[in-house]
Design a protein around this ligand. Structure first.
Ligand SMILES: Cc1ncc(COP(=O)(O)O)c(C=O)c1O
Length: 379
């Protein structure tokens, strides 16, 4: 009797933020999806309108124009780029091309859930490295890396918002190269970081010092969060020619639709960089104001390197004065906020049942979140 593979039994479906269109069109404010609150830029919608007539043709399976554009903007060879239907698809492709049954996949304790799903779907052994005080310790992670490991790391990390600095990523990459492992670096939120370093240049610097780092690095990038286009499904991977060819071999044809490719192209333009620069500045101002509001209204210090915050709800009223166990306090706060028209991410599925994650939105919306939390804390 044919039946699904045994490995699949250990998989717990991954939870995600992001309210449905139905919920959000009813007026609920979505703080759960970590999208740029100023996107999508108007030229995205113009491009979609202009490209609409082309849906009667098959898309270019190779995404040639966009691939060339990405390579030119990033200063790498086009053969080092693969365009796909978002980082979500790329994680699956990495699993198909690199993860072997019984071998190890290394993760940090609290991170994006799809890495574990992909690892387990291939029958790999998932090893999680602890995060004391919810921080990624690059040295501790590096000391765990062994030959043939696939290491998934998200920088900045979801849900903690921590951005590993250049020397920390250099240590991890150098270790992966020395030990013969693969570092898969998910940079979905990189565009929100002020003063982010260039990971591709880092790999080149390491090569100049004798380490063929690019063979041990796969960068995953996405347009989803930075430009607020989750409905398009578009992202790309950068790596060595050999590794990118391997991903291409296992990718289904026509994975990236015509509209997504055309939008991707304009999102690699100067206009898009300017939009992102402007957004970063606006979001940075909103973050400072939000942090001040949390301090003055809730007496809580919050910080992040990204465009979202992780909050221990125990420190601002837990369950609103009601008696409850530690586990599930995030679920309760999420429900209470939703009653007030605000959607946040309950972090229970990240292994953090007393934490919620919320993204930065525009000024007035952020004040509504703080006001709602303050009312819940002191009913
Ligand atoms: C860390 C991280 N990587 C990847 C994704 C998915 O990205 P994409 O929309 O490009 O598939 C998400 C979405 O929540 C994410 O948080």
């Amino acid at each position: 009797m044919i039946r699904p593979r045994d490995e699949l039994r250990s998989i717990k479906p991954c939870e995600h933020g992001g309210g449905s269109r139905k919920l959000l069109s009813g007026g609920v404010l979505d703080f759960s999806a970590n999208l740029n609150p100023y996107g999508p830029p108007s030229f995205v919608l113009d491009t979609i309108r202009e490209a609409a007539a082309d849906v009667r043709f098959y898309p270019d399976s190779d995404c040639s124009e966009l691939r060339l554009q990405i390579a030119e903007r990033l200063g790498c060879d086009p053969a080092q780029v693969l365009v796909a239907a978002g980082i979500s698809q790329l994680i699956q492709l990495v699993a198909l091309a690199f993860i072997r049954a019984q071998r190890r996949v290394l993760l940090v304790a609290h991170t994006y859930g799809e890495y574990e799903v992909a690892a387990k779907s291939m029958g790999a052994a998932v090893k999680k490295v602890g995060m004391p005080s919810l921080k990624i310790d690059a040295e501790a992670l590096a000391s765990e890396i062994r030959e043939d490991d696939v290491v998934f790391l998200c920088n900045p990390n979801n849900p903690t918002g921590q951005y590993l600095q250049k020397d920390e990523v250099a240590l991890l990459l150098e270790t992966a190269a020395r030990k013969g492992a693969l570092l898969v670096l998910d940079e979905a939120y990189m565009d929100f970081v002020e003063g982010a370093f260039d990971t591709l240049r880092l790999a080149e610097e390491l090569r100049a010092r004798g380490r063929d780092a690019i063979e041990h690095l796969l960068l995953l990038r996405s347009f989803t969060k930075a430009f607020a286009v989750p409905g398009l499904r578009i992202g790309y991977a950068i790596g060595s020619e050999r590794n990118i060819s391997a991903l291409r071999l296992v990718m289904p044809p026509w994975s990236v639709g015509t509209l997504a490719q055309r939008v991707g192209y304009v999102l690699m333009s100067d206009a898009a960089s300017e939009f992102m620069k402007w957004s970063r500045k606006k979001i940075s101002e909103a973050k400072r104001e939000l942090e001040k509001e949390f301090r003055s209204r809730l007496g809580v210090e919050i910080e992040t390197d990204a465009n979202f915050y992780l909050l221990d709800v125990g420190v601002c009223g837990g369950g609103g004065g009601e008696s409850e166990s530690e586990s599930g306090s995030a679920t309760l706060i999420k429900e209470k906020l939703l009653e007030r028209g605000i959607l946040v991410r309950d972090c229970t599925s990240f292994g953090l049942p007393s934490h919620i994650r919320f993204s930065v939105r525009r000024g007035e919306e952020n004040r509504m979140l703080v006001g709602a939390l303050a009312r819940i804390a002191t009913p």
